[in-house]
Design a protein around this ligand. Structure first.
Ligand code: ARG
Length: 437
């Protein structure tokens, strides 16, 4: 326990607030040992980032979590096969596996599996290689793919025993048919099948890139499928590979509890991804829908007040809900993110934008913002000069004018007179959130 605390403290120093870390630790521990996470590790990452991987897994183990790890061996196999003079052929993303190839596959899988297990053990982290007995498979289409298996059943006994004993199970993606023939299984598919069977809280894909990338090559922080999926799939810059990944993730999450989520991360950033609101990679959840309302009639005012007061750390004036000329309210189902649009000087004005830190990490703020932008091509708003969100506002706005108390932002119009009118007006508005007494 002392050791655990020490590790937590170390981590805290490196990644953020203790409160946040403890909150996620509680959440992850509460789902039951076996249902915390399935982590899929690509072969390339095992080759290039074995140390980072082992220390991230060690961290999880020290805080009492036992993820189930399944790995591939793509690049290592290519190399070993090339050495043996065996040609690598892929059909539909599957490695065509004849008997000769399978011999190499088995050897390489065993070897790199043990490399990870040894690394973990060297760090004092108990781990067990699991190279058979989990994936029961049938040949997918032996004429096309050879000895490639399609998962028919998952046997969890071995994994349960490992986890109960406090060992991290490290799985290769080899299966066997009912008749005992060993077969090769695509590692992504193996991870998905495993997730469907275990229904874990988290499914993690570890890769060198550390997440899905946007058109500028930056990591997309979060995807709230119920709002963002169609929009993303319609983007030109989303290439075929990413399209397939998104589809597969959606299909997977659609079959899991709403609370389950997928995270993509690199090896070193895994603790930050798991134990902070902001994360470090790409977080995907089925998520919530954004509702649009025309006034406060259908809104639970207590919950709305709670959200605004929590986000701003201030008290909402008692007559707030009756004092505004409301144009539109955007609100997520859970009352964790909202945007209230009113009308001021005949222009849509963003009167409140509030998103809890956790909902920010889940991408709900971005979902609301996207909806709002679509509905309101012109908008202005103000923000306290010291509000940390301003950096983000500057990115969203076409322009901004800083003032002593308030910075005023706008997008969608550029007439100087109009801007001036809006800025002057925004500054003159009475504050509806006041410091608690
Ligand atoms: N730590 C939380 C989780 O793993 C939230 C992660 C958010 N990550 C992100 N890239 N936005 O469930």
């Amino acid at each position: 326990m002392d050791q655990t605390r020490e590790i937590i403290l170390q981590l805290l120093g490196a990644i953020g607030s203790r409160k946040e870390v403890e909150q996620y630790l509680r959440q992850f521990s509460s789902v039951g040992q076996q249902r915390f996470a399935v982590i899929k590790v690509g072969g390339a990452l095992l080759r290039d980032n074995l140390d980072e991987l082992a220390s991230s897994l060690t961290f999880l183990h020290r805080v009492g979590l036992t993820p189930i790890v399944v790995h591939g061996a793509g690049p290592q196999l290519n190399e070993a096969l090339a050495e043996e003079g065996i040609e690598t052929r892929r059909v539909n993303g599957m490695r065509v596996t004849d008997e000769e190839t399978l011999v190499v596959v088995r050897k390489v899988m065993q070897r790199i599996n043990l490399e990870l297990v040894d690394k973990l053990e060297a760090l004092g982290t108990r781990a067990r290689p699991v190279t058979s007995g989990v994936f029961e498979a049938e040949l997918m289409d032996s004429d096309t793919y050879g000895l490639v298996g399609e998962v028919k059943q998952i046997h969890l006994e071995t994994l349960r025993t490992c986890v109960r004993g406090g060992y991290l199970p490290i799985l290769t993606c080899l299966g066997e048919t009912a008749g005992g023939q060993i077969v090769n299984i695509n590692a992504d598919i193996a991870a998905r099948e495993l997730a469907l069977s275990i229904e874990p809280h988290k499914i993690v894909f570890l890769t060198g890139t550390g997440g899905l990338l946007d058109e500028k090559g930056r990591i997309i922080s979060s995807i709230n499928l119920s709002e963002d999926y169609d929009h993303l799939m319609a983007q030109e810059w989303v290439n075929a590979g990413m399209r397939v990944k998104l589809q597969q993730i959606k299909e997977l999450l659609d079959q899991l509890p709403l609370s389950s989520s997928v995270s993509m991360s690199n090896a070193a950033d895994l603790p930050r991804e798991l134990f902070t609101h902001r994360g470090a990679g790409t977080f995907v959840q089925r998520g919530e829908r954004v509702e649009e309302l025309l006034n406060f009639t259908g809104v639970d005012r207590d919950k709305m007040r709670g959200l605004l007061e929590e986000c701003f750390g201030k008290t909402l004036v008692p007559d707030y809900f009756d004092s505004k000329q409301v144009e539109r309210i955007f609100l997520t189902e859970s009352y964790r993110a909202t945007a209230v649009i009113t009308k001021e000087v005949d222009m849509p004005y963003l009167d409140k934008f509030a998103v809890t830190p956790k909902a920010q990490g889940e991408g709900l703020g971005a979902s609301i913002w996207a909806r709002m932008r679509e509905a309101f091509p012109q908008l202005f708003w103000r923000s306290r000069a010291d509000n940390p969100i301003n950096t983000w506002y500057f990115q969203q706005a076409d322009g901004a004018i800083r003032g002593e108390d308030w910075t005023v932002f706008w997008y969608g119009f550029e007439e100087t007179d109009r801007i001036e009118q809006c800025v002057v007006h925004a500054r003159s508005l009475k504050a509806s959130l006041v410091a608690p007494e």
